[in-house]
Ligand binder design. Structure first.
Ligand SMILES: [Zn+2]
Length: 80
């Protein structure tokens, strides 16, 4: 497990995500959150494969759901 998330990792994710939140597609500026697809509370780690960028709102809303659970939760809550 990596101790820290490198700025290059963040830049790479930002590019891969077209600068948008994974969930709501809001444009991310400096107000992003580094989200764990599998939360640390559920056994996820800081490996880059487990990370993506979200807006702070979605990060807070996702709480301890996994990525897959949150996609389903959003569909149920907001509609597909
Ligand atoms: Zn969002």
């Amino acid at each position: 497990m990596k101790a820290t998330i490198a700025p290059t990792d963040i830049a790479r994710m930002m590019h891969a995500q077209n600068g948008q939140c994974v969930y709501c597609a809001k444009k991310l500026g400096t107000e992003y959150a580094i989200d764990h697809k599998v939360p640390r509370s559920r056994g996820g780690d800081d490996a880059s494969e487990n990370l993506h960028l979200t807006c702070r709102w979605c990060n807070g809303e996702k709480y301890n759901r996994t990525h897959e659970e949150h996609v389903l939760w959003r569909a149920a809550t907001y509609g597909a």
